[in-house]
Design a protein around this ligand. Structure first.
Ligand code: GAP
Length: 443
């Protein structure tokens, strides 16, 4: 199954309303995707889980939301503009002048294959900057160059002083956010894996500039991120850590480790990055803006620029890897089925309610009543009501989108207020009281 897993997941995403190619009826745009009704719920649940674990449940991390558009000066300060920044090497095909990543052998061989028997000659590699540029202002002459942020990180660093002055935090403390980032990727590929518009979830954790403290915090956040990722429903053996080699690290990083997922399409691939950014960002923003971004330690009476340990995850990669991990084919009651074995806390629909028959008004009324009352008390979960087709078909439809529980209202319900609760993974059904439903679904 693994070889064509990607194809199956992409097809399920389109068929069942998770993810669509962006602006598809107009021919689409490479590396751009739109989320449908179920995809947006799954993505929302993953982001929500990040927000609660990395920010809301902690006393030492503040949340914020910075703007996508930032002046060019931010990116000059951060080092993303220029040769060492957000750049990739490209080579140009001398036959058709298409450019591909020079450091991706698979992109080169894929391109050579399109020319069949012709021998492709490549240009010398050139450095290409991935930042997406735009202009703001009413006329060309007065327009100011701006960039759509290439990483959400800089929105935090440029607000470091604002957070210090408004919240008066004590080190160590973090600032986290979730939001879109944009990169003009030369070869967007592999579905949501490498896009030009994507979402990131990050915490910048500021610490005292001290080697031992740096090592300790780095280890802590590596493990914290791994635990969080495992909680999305991954098997332990499908995730691993990998340290970046010296020539692979981003310009800002003193040390960098990835959490990688064992993909069916290309082996181990980056899901998450933990970076020791030292004082790189604050120091550079301080220099370029002439603003003091130091921190005064009341205890030691020392003033210094803190170091930053960064935890940075891709939301879309998490969505894609979660779907790939969850995709399951099995046989249930002699019938083959496809289902998504999603962890209940991130499943787009937490439970579906069915009347056994849709042409029996008393069953429909009771099913509606159960659905409405669950909806009220389950406020943050999405529930579905389905009366279309026979029960077997409804089960299969919910299995395919990963709904952990289906609740059926039948004639016995009218007599004793019990319903059947069906488990997605085993297909087993139990009869329980309506009053027990909420706690069962939550559990
Ligand atoms: N602030 C650090 C930073 O941006 P990164 O390793 O370039 O580091 C962090 O990106 C995460 O963002 C990656 O681990 C990945 O999950 C996600 N990401 C990066 N580029 C992406 C792309 N083109 N499409 C989808 N996700 C991407």
């Amino acid at each position: 199954m693994t070889n064509d897993l990607m194809e199956k997941v992409v097809s399920l995403c389109k068929r069942r309303g998770f993810v669509f190619p962006g602006s598809e009826i107009h021919g689409g745009l490479s590396g751009i995707y739109d989320y449908g009704p179920l995809g947006v719920e799954l993505r929302h649940n993953i982001k929500q889980y990040f927000w609660s674990k990395f920010i809301a449940d902690r006393d030492d991390v503040y949340g914020m939301s910075a703007a996508i558009l930032m002046p060019a000066k931010v990116w000059e300060a951060s080092g993303h503009v220029g040769k060492m920044g957000l750049v990739d090497p490209v080579v140009e095909c001398k036959i058709c002048h298409e450019r591909v990543r020079a450091d991706q052998p698979e992109a080169i061989s894929d391109h050579e294959a399109t020319h069949k028997k012709e021998k492709v000659e490549w240009s010398e590699p050139k450095i290409f900057n991935l930042l997406v540029e735009t202009k703001l202002g009413a006329s060309e002459e007065t327009a100011n160059k701006a960039y759509l942020r290439g990483e959400i990180t800089q929105g935090v660093h440029v607000n470091f002083k604002n957070i210090l002055d408004s919240m008066h935090p004590k080190l160590p403390f973090g600032i986290g956010q979730i939001g879109k980032a944009f990169r003009n990727e030369i070869t967007p590929r592999d579905f949501l894996f490498r896009q030009r518009e994507f979402e990131q979830m990050e915490v910048q954790y500021y610490i005292k500039p001290d080697e031992e403290e740096g090592k300790k915090q780095f280890e802590y956040w590596k493990n914290f991120a791994m635990e969080w990722y495992l909680d999305l429903g991954f098997k332990k053996e499908n995730l691993r850590f990998r340290q970046h080699a010296d020539d692979e690290r981003a310009h800002y990083a003193k040390d960098a480790w990835d959490i990688e997922y064992n993909t069916s399409f290309a082996g181990w691939k980056e899901a998450w990055g933990i970076h020791h950014r030292g004082d790189w960002d604050l120091k550079r923003h301080s220099e370029y803006s002439n603003t003091d971004l130091s921190y005064f330690d009341e205890e030691t009476k020392q003033r210094f620029i803190p170091w930053d340990i960064e935890c940075s995850g891709g939301v879309d990669r998490a969505v894609m890897f979660v779907l790939m991990e969850a995709y399951t084919e099995d046989t249930l009651g002699d019938e083959p089925r496809v289902y998504l074995k999603l962890a209940p806390h991130i499943a787009p629909i937490r439970a579906a309610v069915f009347p056994l028959l849709k042409n029996k008004p008393e069953l429909v009324a009771k099913a509606r009543e159960v659905y409405e009352s669950l909806k009220l008390s389950a406020n943050s979960y999405q529930l579905a009501y389905d009366d279309n087709g026979n029960i077997g078909k409804r089960y299969r439809r919910q299995d395919e989108i990963g709904t952990p529980h289906c609740i059926t209202i039948d004639f016995t319900t009218l007599e004793d207020d019990t319903v059947t609760l069906r488990d997605r993974d085993t297909g087993e059904q139990e009869r329980i009281q309506i009053s027990e439903l909420l706690s069962k679904i939550k559990a």
